[in-house]
Design a protein around this ligand. Structure first.
Ligand code: UTP
Length: 232
């Protein structure tokens, strides 16, 4: 994979599950990937609402953050499996959800697409996405979620919030530091650990709305888009 252009996509659970399983979205997403024959894709699926529901239930039942994370990870893996099903027949996709980064590295030699969910308690799929990028030598991470970029304040609660077109890894780390509380299903647009990992390996991150598939294509093609870009 290192010799070919490769990209990691962090696909938010809210894109995969909106109401129920968003079959049309999954299908459109894989159709886009299939147009880029020279690019290899490592995809990390988020957990979305279902992961948060399960994590909250476990938290109430046994007051264990570790177990809340464990059950949320199971939801992310289920979503990764959905992605594999959506790619089947259209792309050279590895047929199983990958559990470790070393396995991902190995699989990436022979397959154009691989899919993962979460890995260990205490982090999020954002961190998994950056670790996967490190493992397979990807040129960037594309974060597709229900947030269309990085803002200086929470845009849901601040009308004057401003979206960054471009920011540095140091800026992203500072923003993430103010929002990190290490609880399942609760984090800033990008987890603090993920921000620091991207900084240490100088991995570029694109934040775009998962609903804007034109921006997604632009990202893959290395063209400007309406989201935020993080680079040093
Ligand atoms: P994410 O929070 O990464 O999924 O994982 P998401 O749906 O994309 O999140 P949003 O929609 O952006 O908010 C769901 C949960 O799974 C656990 C964490 O509890 C996390 O909040 N998780 C995930 C882990 O414990 N370890 C992992 O490696 C990944």
């Amino acid at each position: 994979m290192a010799t070919q252009s490769s990209l990691v996509i962090s696909l938010g659970g809210s894109m995969i599950l909106s109401g129920g399983v968003n079959i049309k979205y999954l299908s459109d997403f894989c159709n886009i990937l299939s147009k880029y024959k020279g690019v290899k894709f490592g995809i990390v699926a988020g957990g979305g609402r279902i992961a948060r529901e399960y994590a909250d239930a476990v938290r109430k039942l046994c007051h264990s953050e570790f177990e809340a994370d464990e059950i949320a990870i199971m939801s992310t893996k289920q979503n990764a499996k959905l992605l594999i099903s959506a790619c089947n027949g259209k792309l050279n996709v590895f047929p199983e959800v990958i559990n470790t980064f070393s396995k991902a590295k190995e699989v990436a030699k022979d397959y154009d697409v691989l899919a993962m969910g979460g890995t260990i308690p205490g982090i999020t799929t954002d961190a998994d996405a950056v670790l996967l990028a490190e493992a397979i030598g990807a040129r960037a991470v594309i974060n597709l979620s229900n947030v269309d970029g990085v803002y200086n304040k929470d845009p849901k609660h601040n009308k004057d919030a401003r979206k960054y077109g471009l920011l540095s890894h140091a800026d992203l780390v500072s923003l993430a530091k103010t929002k990190d509380d290490r609880k399942a299903g609760k984090h800033f647009v990008f987890d603090l650990v993920a921000c620091k990992l991207a900084q240490r390996s100088n991995i570029k991150i694109h934040f775009i709305s998962g609903r804007n598939l034109d921006d997604f294509k632009k990202c893959i093609e290395g063209k400007p888009h309406s989201g935020s870009v993080v680079k040093s």
